[in-house]
Design a protein around this ligand. Structure first.
Ligand SMILES: [Zn+2]
Length: 265
């Protein structure tokens, strides 16, 4: 069976300059972008795509200075507890029922919850992402080794596109980070078919997709190369009849969450 339940989770928000999402943006605008994750159920598989922030790095004053010291980028959380646990509880599934996790990339707002699943389930990522993440340049780029440098993590490292569960395919979209991946989620005909291509940070905003505008944050590639990934994702979505979903759009994400919680919640 392909995917039969897809629930967007919002694990917090990051307020930041729009130029982080759109290369060359000089509007001076600031956006409050959702921190996304997705729960996908497919047959007996319960798969979590991305994990949100590491709350310990916000709660401890010294760690907060080190990892969240930039006054221009402000993280806020939905409540006092662990966002991932709270969001999962709302789905009717617990973290203990998750059978696999996949991370789009290792930025702090996507990989910070891996500590909740380390040693319990396979964790899918691109090999290039983990290799970069364990290197000395990572921290300056918002990739915090403390989130994922855990010998207990059962990595399943891919080199390119790979199916990670029935109806869930990771598409390698390097650029934003060296091993970024997006996820195609195909719904089973029994629940209406179709599905979604979650771009995650290969395209933060609808503006990136519609205008084919380069993303502002990238590692080791040109702005043009991030547009190439956007064009590739648009073609892949069109070819397979999937709805392409930007990763951090302040309007699209909550609207999609409302829609899918109404359908699958
Ligand atoms: Zn990112």
């Amino acid at each position: 069976m392909l995917a039969h339940r897809v629930l967007p989770l919002t694990l917090g928000w990051v307020e930041l300059p729009r130029s982080v999402s759109v290369e060359g943006d000089r509007s001076g605008a600031r956006l409050c972008e959702p921190i996304p994750a997705v729960l996908v159920e497919a047959g007996d598989e319960v798969v979590l795509l991305d994990t949100g922030v590491n709350t310990a790095l916000l709660a401890d004053a010294a760690l907060r200075r080190r990892f969240h010291g930039d006054p221009g980028v402000v993280v806020s959380l939905p409540g006092a507890g662990e966002p991932l646990e709270a969001a999962m509880a709302g789905t009717g599934r617990s973290l203990g029922e998750v059978t696999a996790v996949a991370v789009s990339h290792l930025h702090y707002d996507h990989a910070g919850g891996l500590r909740h699943v380390a040693g319990r389930v396979p964790v899918h990522a691109q090999a290039a992402e983990v290799a970069f993440g364990l290197g000395s340049e990572a921290e300056a780029h918002g990739i915090y080794r403390i989130d994922f440098d855990d010998p207990a993590i059962d990595w399943r490292l891919a080199e390119g596109d790979v199916e990670i569960a029935p109806g869930i395919v990771a598409l390698a979209t390097p650029g934003h980070t060296p091993g970024h991946q997006s996820f195609a989620v195909t719904l089973d005909p029994a629940v209406g078919g179709g599905g979604f291509l979650f771009a995650f940070d290969a395209a933060d905003l609808t503006a990136n997709l519609d205008g084919e505008l380069a993303i502002g944050e990238r590692i080791g590639c040109s702005a043009k190369e991030t547009v190439d990934q956007i064009v590739r994702l648009k073609a892949a979505a069109a070819a397979s009849g999937l709805r392409l979903v930007p990763g951090h759009d302040p309007e699209v994400w909550p609207a999609l969450a409302d829609e899918l919680w109404g359908r699958f919640g």
